[in-house]
Design a protein around this ligand. Structure first.
Ligand SMILES: [Zn+2]
Length: 106
């Protein structure tokens, strides 16, 4: 009987410790939503070869949503300067019908 009691006691102790560790552990609410938004500098500053051109919808399409809206800078990862150029290019691109103003559903 004494043996069983001791076993139970040990179990209790271990459980308590485990709980404490769980609470004290690094409480990182890993907020990692949104896909690839982490860039040190924006892709236009990083790569001089990539130009912001309204005649180049292939490049610009990365900066609009699937609804045709321009994505905000915090999502696209562009710097302020390039984001403005991108936005302007997208708007020009829309005017010459290379890019959509909106994308309506079916
Ligand atoms: Zn930039």
């Amino acid at each position: 009987m004494a043996h069983q009691e001791s076993d139970l006691d040990t179990d209790f102790d271990g459980d308590d410790r485990g709980d404490d560790r769980k609470r004290g552990g690094r409480g990182g609410g890993g907020g990692k939503r949104g896909g690839f938004a982490r860039r040190k500098v924006c892709r236009f500053c990083a790569d001089k070869a990539v130009k912001i051109d309204y005649k180049d919808p292939q490049t610009l399409k990365y900066f609009i949503t699937d609804r045709g809206k321009i994505v905000p800078r915090r999502i696209s990862g562009n710097c302020a300067k390039c984001q403005r150029k991108v936005a302007l290019a997208i708007k020009r691109s829309r005017m010459v019908a290379l890019m959509p103003f909106t994308v309506t559903g079916k």
